[in-house]
Design a binder for this molecule. Structure first.
Ligand code: ADP
Ligand code: ADP
Length: 227
């Protein structure tokens, strides 16, 4: 199976009397080990697509198969389980808990997955080591640079060994040095065979992906990005 297979996916929001077609028939296939970027202007449907890919919302019509499983047919409990175990999320704002150490932040998805304490610690420490933060386990987010905080959130995203890493504007809050830092990390993850989808409006971020798609008015097309 491909990791992601979208066929004719449409999303219509009803705002009072008004129907907004946010996605108008999206076809997309992402294979294991792909690294793709989705670019598009504000209002083009990026967040809507991200929410659907991340199983935070389901299509109005069309089919989304995630590793062959028809997501549109699932109930909220199963969707929540998929979000927690099969998808690793990285957000623009890091979404780390300020009062918790890096280690505790990375442990959290394993708490929700019911993993025991010792195992959790070991896996979270290994995930932090794998993103180059093995010497920052006990630091709180406020004691880390922006790039390091985003590395912590990548470790949190990967600790459950998800089949898909889904990043929403992952460098939107970072200076150019930290952006380079995170993009090198994504390069490493890609080389290791991870499957990555990045949503961004930054050309240099998109250019690092193996493949770039452009979304405009709810329609997705392959894009040539100038290097
Ligand atoms: P982007 O992330 O590219 O800015 P969005 O996916 O947020 O685009 O929005 C796509 C379109 O759907 C826009 O026209 C937006 O106004 C509309 N939209 C998004 N969310 C809602 C909602 N909850 N209700 C009504 N319209 C929405
Ligand atoms: P942002 O605006 O920061 O991009 P979104 O509104 O796109 O965030 O989506 C964030 C939502 O995703 C939040 O409601 C958050 O609770 C949810 N979420 C993130 N990771 C998970 C997860 N592993 N399991 C369940 N829900 C998650």
């Amino acid at each position: 199976h491909p990791i992601i297979e979208l066929s004719g996916v449409r999303k219509t929001y009803l705002a009072g009397q008004l129907a907004v077609d946010a996605l108008r028939g999206i076809d997309l296939r992402v294979d294991v080990g792909d690294y793709i970027a989705v670019m598009g202007p504000s209002g083009s449907g990026k967040s809507t697509l991200m929410h659907i890919l991340g199983c935070l919302d389901v299509p109005t019509s069309g089919v989304y198969l995630l590793s062959g499983e028809n997501v549109g047919a699932l109930g909220e409990a199963r969707l929540a389980q998929i979000r927690n175990r099969r998808i690793g999320f990285v957000f623009q704002q890091f979404n780390l808990l300020a009062s918790m150490t890096a280690l505790r932040n990375v442990e959290l998805p394993l708490v929700y997955a019911g993993v025991g304490r010792e195992d959790r610690r070991a896996r979270a420490a290994a995930a932090l080591e794998s993103v180059g933060l093995g010497n920052r386990l006990d630091h709180r987010p406020g004691e880390l640079s922006g790039g390091q905080q985003q590395r912590v959130s990548v470790a949190r995203a990967l600790v459950t060994e998800p089949s898909l890493l889904l990043a929403d504007e992952p460098t939107g809050n970072l200076d150019s040095a930290s952006t380079d830092d995170i993009l090198s990390l994504f390069d490493d993850l890609h080389r290791q065979g991870r499957t990555i989808v990045v949503i961004t409006h930054e050309h240099d971020v998109a250019a690092r992906a193996a493949r770039t798609m452009l979304i405009r008015d709810g329609e997705l097309t392959a894009a040539e990005v100038a290097a």
